[in-house]
Design a binder for this molecule. Structure first.
Ligand code: ZN
Ligand code: ZN
Length: 308
């Protein structure tokens, strides 16, 4: 494992025009994810899961394209949120409307023939439970409380929630949002980041953004700073020797967490959700080194958090 420590003073200041918030590109977000799954799957130890994820991403893009009108925050709510630095679509407090149930049904119908038999049973049970079962699972997932949850169906519920939140985020203008009072959480939906992305080219060249695990928005954070406790001391980078170097783990000695940082100059096709899955060996190394993963992904819910 190679480690480099960079001193904070050596990083150039933020270019004046780089946006502080990048909302997801709804026309291509999940289609790009599908393509990345297919590109990385061949010969990968997680080949089957990546190919299944490609199907899920295809279904997510279709569900997003088909999404109709939904309830959004009123103008005065948005004003208040901006003034207080509160995410207006906060994942735990936003009152979901039932439109996402349709997205979930659509995604399940499109992928269930590709699911493992045990997972297909879970999906059938979830469908039979209907809206109440969907809502109860969504509550648990968004609160990080997996007790009693049928985890085989969880990634698809997460997939539908992503579609719903991307739809809401992209139905509002960037001006609807403001820098959050909690800069380590998404300013749109208050979710923790999935990973850091360092962009390549254009005005965002070399800038680090945190990529939201729910709505896929990206918000700026200076480099060489802990995405959890905001310390700038003893930040280190760990990678797997011999790979492309595109995905590293950024660790913080203050709070002992790590978040993956993905560099698009090393690989312009990076897609955070897929590249996170595809670099599980890095998580194993970081676990062995005593660091705790701060990232959340609906597609990597650790089984040990579920009581037997
Ligand atoms: Zn978000
Ligand atoms: Zn920290």
């Amino acid at each position: 494992m190679a480690t480099t420590i960079i001193q904070p003073g050596k990083i150039e200041p933020l270019a004046r025009k780089a946006p502080w918030l990048r909302l997801p590109e709804r026309e291509t977000l999940f289609a790009r994810r599908e393509k990345r799954c297919n590109a990385l799957a061949n010969g990968h130890p997680l080949e089957k899961y990546l190919l299944f994820m490609a199907r899920v991403a295809r279904a997510q893009q279709d569900a997003l394209n088909a999404y109709g009108k939904v309830a959004l925050p009123e103008a005065d709510q948005l004003r208040l949120s901006r003034r207080q630095g509160m995410p207006p679509l906060a994942m735990q407090s936003w009152r979901r409307d039932a439109s996402w149930h349709e997205a979930l049904r659509m995604i399940i119908e499109m992928v269930r023939d590709a699911a493992e038999p045990a997972a297909a049973d879970s999906l059938a049970r979830l469908l039979a439970g209907g809206g109440l079962a969907f809502e109860s699972m969504a509550d648990g997932l968004l609160a990080g409380d997996y007790a009693g949850m049928d985890l085989a169906a969880a990634p698809l519920v997460g997939a539908a929630l992503q579609v719903y939140w991307v739809h809401m985020a992209t139905s509002l203008d960037r001006e609807a949002f403001a820098v959050s009072a909690a800069p380590t959480l998404c300013p749109v939906c208050a979710s923790p980041p999935l990973a850091s992305i360092v962009h390549n080219g254009g005005i965002e060249n070399g800038q680090r953004y945190l990529h939201c695990s729910l709505c896929a928005s990206e918000w700026h954070m200076v480099r060489v700073k802990c995405s959890n406790c905001q310390s700038t001391k003893d930040i280190a980078y760990h990678g797997i020797e011999g790979d492309s170097g595109a995905v590293k783990a950024e660790t913080c000695d203050e709070c002992q967490i790590y978040l993956k940082i993905m560099s698009m100059d090393r690989d312009p096709n990076i897609e955070p959700t897929v590249d996170d899955l595809a670099t599980l060996p890095l998580d194993i190394l970081m676990d062995q080194a005593g660091f705790i993963r701060s990232s959340f992904s609906f597609f990597l819910i650790p089984a040990e958090e579920v009581p037997a």
